[in-house]
Ligand binder design. Sequence first.
Ligand code: FAD
Ligand code: NDP
Length: 316
Amino acid sequence: MTAHKVVIIGSGPAAHTAAIYAARAELNPVLFEGFMAGGVAAGGQLTTTTDVENFPGFPEGIEGPDLCLRFRAQSERFGTVIHTETVNSVDFSSHPYRFKTDEREGTAETIILATGATAKRLPVPGARDGELWQRGVSACAVCDGALPGFRNKPLAVIGGGDSACEEASFLTKFGSKVYLVHRRDELRASKIMQKRVFDNPKIEILWSQTVEEAKGDEFLESIVVKDAKTGDLKELECSGLFFAIGHKPNTDFLDGQIELDEDGYIITAPDSTQTNVPGVYAAGDVQDKKWRQAITAAGSGCMSALEAEHFLATRE
Ligand code: FAD
Ligand code: NDP
C-alpha cells in the first residue's frame, strides 16, 4: 500500500486551508471531511451559523454554509481528494502512520489533525435544534453578537468562566443590558475578567441561577430562570441567549496517542502546529482554546501544510 504524503482529518477552515496549500505544493492531499463527526456536519462549525461578517474578503458578509462550500471548492480545484468519511482510529506507533474509516484504511507520511471542537450546549427546552437555536440562541457571542436582532435588547450569557465573562463584556456593546447567568455563587473566571464584569454597569449577574426555558415565536423573546437556592422561577425579557459553558475538542479518536492538555486539546509546539509525534500536525480549534475563530483556524491550517511540506522535503 503506497503511503499518502499528506492526510488531512477535518473539514473546517483549518483543514481546507491546509488542503489548498498542500495541493498547490503538489503533495496530493487526501482529506477526510467526516460524516456528522463530533455532531457537526462536514464543513465544520460554520455550517451551524448564519452570517459570517468577520472573515476577510466578504465585505457584505457571507452565510456560514456558503463559506464552507467555497473552502471545499477551492480545495478540490487544486486536486484535493475528499472523502465524506469519519476517521475512527489512527496508529502512530510506526511510520508511515495508519488511519481507518468505516470504508477504508491507509497510511500517510504526514497527518494534519483539524477536527475542531464542539461548543457545549445545554438541552434547555425551547433552545434546542428546530426550536430557537440560531434564532436568538447561540454558542458564540463574538460570532453572532453584532447581528441586528440583538441591538439594544436584553441579552443573557450562561456560564461563569473566562469565556462567559468575555462574552458578556463583549455583548454590552450591542445589548441594552446583559444578564450573566451562573449556576454557582462564585465565578470560575480569572480575577481580571471578573473585575471587568463587576465594573461594567450593563452586566447583571444572576448568581446561583439556571435557565429553565427559552420562549419566543420566531425569535427568542424571554427566558425563564430558576434560583437554585429557593427554587423560585422568574421570566425575563431576553432577545439573545449565549451558551459559554466550554468546548469539547474532537480528540477522542486519537485514543491517547497524541499529547493533550487537561481539557483534551492537542498540545502543539510554540509558534508551530507540530504535535509530539513527528510529521503529525494539529491546526484550528482542536489545538486552540483561546481564539477559536475561522480566520485563526485558517492561519494555523496554512502553517500545518507548510510544516508538513518541510518535513517531507527533509526526509527526501
Ligand atoms: P471546525 O469548524 O470545528 O471543523 C472540524 C470538522 O472536522 C467538523 O466538520 C467535524 O465534523 C470534522 N471532524 C471531527 N472529527 C473528525 C474525524 N474523526 N474524522 C473526520 N472529520 C472529523 N468564527 C468566525 O471567525 N466568525 C464567525 O462568525 C463564527 N461564527 C460561529 C458561529 C457558531 C454557531 C459557532 C459554533 C462557531 C462560530 N465561529 C465563528 C467559530 C468558527 O466556526 C471556528 O473557530 C472554526 O470553524 C474552527 O475551524 P476548524 O477548522 O478548527 O474546525
Ligand atoms: P470553563 O470550563 O473555564 O468554564 C465553563 C463555565 O461554564 C464554568 O463557570 C461552569 O460552571 C459553567 N458550566 C459548565 N457546565 C455547565 C452546565 N451544565 N450548566 C451551567 N453552567 C455550566 O470554560 P471557558 O470556555 O470559560 O474557558 C476555557 C479555557 O479557556 C479556560 O482555561 C479559560 O481560562 C480560557 N479562556 C481564556 C480567555 C482569556 O484569557 N481571555 C478567554 C476565554 C477562555 P462552574 O464554574 O460551576 O463549573
